[in-house]
Design a protein around this ligand. Sequence first.
Ligand code: NAD
Length: 491
Amino acid sequence: MAAQSDSHQSNTFAEAASTLVNELRATFVSGETRNYKWRVSQLKQLYKIAENHEPEIIDALLADVGKPPLETVAYEIAMLKNSCKTAIKELKHWMTPEKVRTSLTTFPASAEIVSEPLGVVLVISAWNYPFLLSLDPVIGAIAAGNAVVLKPSEIAPATSALLAKLVGEYMDNSSIRVVEGAVDETSALLQQKWDKIFYTGNGRVGRIVMAAAAKHLTPVVLELGGKSPVVVDSNSNINLQVTTRRIIAGKWGCNNGQACISPDYIITTKDYAPKLVDALKTELESFYGKNPLESKDLSRIVNSNHFARLTKLLDDDKVSGKIVHGGEKDETKLRISPTILLDVPRDSLIMSEEIFGPLLPIITVDRIEESFEVINSGPKPLAAYIFTNNKNLKEQFVKTISAGGLVINDTTIHLAVHTLPFGGVGDSGVGAYHGKFSFDAFSHKKAVLYRSFFGDASIRYPPYTKTKFRLMKALMTGSIVGIIRAIFGKS
Ligand code: NAD
């Protein structure tokens, strides 16, 4: 009976999802979403959501993850507004076809790349920055002229409900919708044929999304995570206070480590590690006080599943004696204090998965150059950071470390630079967005070649003579000398 009602329910979800996609496709086919005016008006409405509802957004994030209001305002609301402003300002320019050079073989001709919308797209987002990560991809989808369905994360239910309400009120619902729900609803959405799926979340579900997309040959962007390392050089006279403050801001100051580009672990030299740990302790205490479990400036752990997952990482026999700072927990309040572990073995649990929480292990090496081998021996991270004054080390870092993005002498802030693409490589993701990259992620780059009836060269047409053969060969290789020789019958 239960199985029957389960299958009845999943049929209902699938029917609802199919009806929704059909409705949105009808709007897309009508051409409405392609209009510049429509795109700008919807981007302005998105801006208004962020502008007019700051208190509700702050409250929703407090309810979902105990996020400090400053972090919500700076890293979710202000970032979304900036994305909207950039898109509104640049849209005409982005939409303008790009003239490109043609080749000798097509002379006379002109060519351009026309950005066209893909159609009806699906955005699936994650719980940790539930406001920004839901609406930021939607900006790209709208700017590029698509109809879009947004599926926020059920793990941030207050923000999900708020997004459904505000998108319902502010946006054109014939082409922009929110579907709330968990695995069943998302699975029903994934069964449909989309023109692009943009997914933010973990790699396990990323594989489910990609497999579903493959059935319809739907392209995907996968914004995933990974273990983002921080290398701290001991030999180049770095400013240790600034270094530790920037590591703390990127780790605990970003949703208490529950951020995709938060520092996941540090690599430094054996003799420098105690100094680094002392500096981190001093700054942590000055930021969060003597009892960080009570600090209002730290998000809580999102739910009991994630609390249990993080506890398991700390309880691993291989690391339980390695805690040099923090380690306090309050299960009822879902709080874990900023915790530093020194000299953890590389085969420990904490070093084999993305931590995504307030635990920061430190790995030590004899020479700082060895850190590059440590990083490159694992899956490619979403971000990698180095603190150094050594020019050579910086160059080597940029040259040898493959990651979604790199920052030298800071952490996480590359995210705010809209002229840089944001996305992963290898296990940390496929595709990128932000600024123009968001517009491109949701556009097809259509190749258009214009010719006239003038200059119809007979060498394309049979009969294929020896002269035509030589001329064609010279044309295809772009050799002017070859062309002249062929015309004058020289081999
Ligand atoms: P999550 O649990 O909110 O899941 C993300 C989405 O996947 C949700 O909308 C959820 O409904 C859906 N989902 C879950 N299980 C599913 C299933 N079986 N089938 C279909 N859909 C399903 O978020 P999460 O995965 O815990 O997010 C954390 C991960 O996301 C981390 O790995 C983090 O690094 C990564 N992340 C990446 C970025 C980025 O921009 N690259 C940003 C934030 C988070």
